[in-house]
Write a protein that binds this ligand. Structure first.
Ligand code: CTP
Length: 407
């Protein structure tokens, strides 16, 4: 059971921190909630206390005999501040200790994850920009806010990322405190996720069961590591990861266009999408009807190998990563097929996972081996997809560091 402090500052998104608390508690973590006085104007003490099973206080004067402002920070294995308002970020950046949360931030020696939420103007104000830069320089992780509907009828950057995404990153930091270094800052990463669908007729398609979870986890972890992220999502029914530009596509042709458009600007391309190898030659304009003579055969043609094209068009220094879901067969093991595919595709890294028996597709957890073109082989044990994502970015940072400086 890991000890987590959930700091909540005074923004309307405090209500979403209730779901975050639930998720963290359901994952088995021991969560103490430390709201600011302003946060309690949005969500009251009984809610936090009942869901965390711990007493809740905002100031350092209650239960002073237990010296909470020192104890909480010292004992925590992770501090998550969600929402982190402009005011809270300012107080943290300046080392103020005028309530229990800011005091806890000064005594904590564990990873600290700030999840900002505020209006776009406040996020973009030079004061906030500098405070965020200060906190990041000191080793804190400050997520980019999501873009979308804000408090009123306005939209823009400043929404709290989805509680599920915050919980995923919190869980990652508890398993691996070093999983989110700022090593992708200044880099543009392009990720494909999900599975393409090829139309048979206006209502039917040939597709696959990729959920896009691995690609979305790659995007969330890359953004938290400082990258500018473009995610090309093929039929992904998950919320957009915050801090990523998301391009939604359906078919392989659309995925290919979207990738070729962005790839020339990308420092890294990760092809996590399950791309349909074949498409019906002639998707009819009308729904295929049953007939007494039985179904007409479906004639397929081969789709282009998008990763192969991207490898052929790569610019100097660009890192290319493929994924391969393999089953072993009479001609070779999963890893033998993976090695051969890496050589055939010409990418820098190939993430190989064994599929079949309910593994990989649609599951929250995954295991893989990351093969390097230089002959390296790193086994990533079965675990959350964010853990595999962190290992992939470690490997990418290794290849990229050996190649080109960040722009
Ligand atoms: N891929 C691609 N374009 C395709 C097929 C696959 O870009 N038309 C990419 C996938 O996104 C993945 C990698 O290539 O990163 C390997 O995918 P996989 O389907 O395993 O490769 P194939 O070349 O189709 O090999 P196989 O003969 O095993 O199907």
């Amino acid at each position: 059971m890991s000890r987590v402090v959930l700091g909540v500052s005074g923004g309307i998104a405090a209500y979403k921190a209730v779901e975050l608390l639930r998720r963290l508690a359901e994952s088995g973590h021991d969560v103490t909630v430390v709201p600011t006085a302003a946060a309690l104007k949005f969500v009251g003490v009984p809610t936090w206390a009942a869901l965390s099973h711990h007493p809740v206080s905002s100031d350092v004067w209650e239960a002073a005999d237990a010296v909470p402002h020192v104890r909480l920070g010292r004992e925590a294995e992770l501090v998550v501040v969600a929402p982190a308002t402009a005011d809270l970020l300012a107080r943290a950046a300046h080392g103020l200790a005028d309530d229990l949360l800011t005091s806890t931030l000064l005594t904590a020696r564990c990873p600290v994850l700030f999840v900002p939420a505020m209006h776009t103007e406040m996020w973009e104000h030079p004061a906030t920009v500098e405070n965020v830069a200060t906190l990041r320089r000191r080793g804190a992780i400050v997520l980019e806010p999501a873009t979308g509907r804000l408090t009123g009828t306005d939209t823009g950057k400043g929404r709290l990322p989805e509680p599920a995404e915050i919980a995923q990153l919190a869980d990652l930091l508890l398993r691996r405190p070093d999983a989110l270094p700022p090593d992708l800052a200044g880099r543009h990463v392009l990720i494909s996720a999900g599975g393409t669908r090829e139309a048979l007729d206006p209502v039917r398609y040939l597709g696959n069961s990729s959920s896009g979870q691995q690609g979305v986890a790659l995007a969330a972890v890359a953004a938290a590591r400082g990258a500018r992220v473009t995610l090309v999502a093929a039929n992904v029914e998950l919320p957009d990861p915050s801090g990523a530009d998301v391009v939604r596509v359906v078919s392989t042709a659309e995925l290919r266009d979207a990738l070729h458009k962005v790839a020339p600007d990308a420092d890294v391309v990760v092809m996590a999408a399950a791309v349909a190898d074949f498409r019906p030659v002639d998707p009819g304009a009308y729904k295929i009807k049953k007939s007494d003579s039985g179904p007409a055969p479906i004639v397929l043609s081969q789709n282009p190998d998008v990763l192969g094209e991207l490898v052929a068009a790569r610019r100097p220094g660009q890192v290319l990563v493929g994924f391969a879901a393999e089953t072993g067969d009479a001609t070779g093991t999963v890893l033998e097929h993976g090695r051969a595919k890496l050589a055939r595709k010409g990418c820098d890294l190939l993430v190989v996972n064994a599929v079949g028996d309910g593994r990989a597709f649609g599951q929250a957890d995954n295991a893989a081996v990351i093969l390097g073109a230089d002959g390296t082989e790193q086994a990533v044990p079965f675990g959350p997809k964010a853990m595999l994502a962190a290992s992939v970015w470690d490997a990418v940072a290794g290849v990229a560091g050996a190649r080109a400086p960040a722009r």
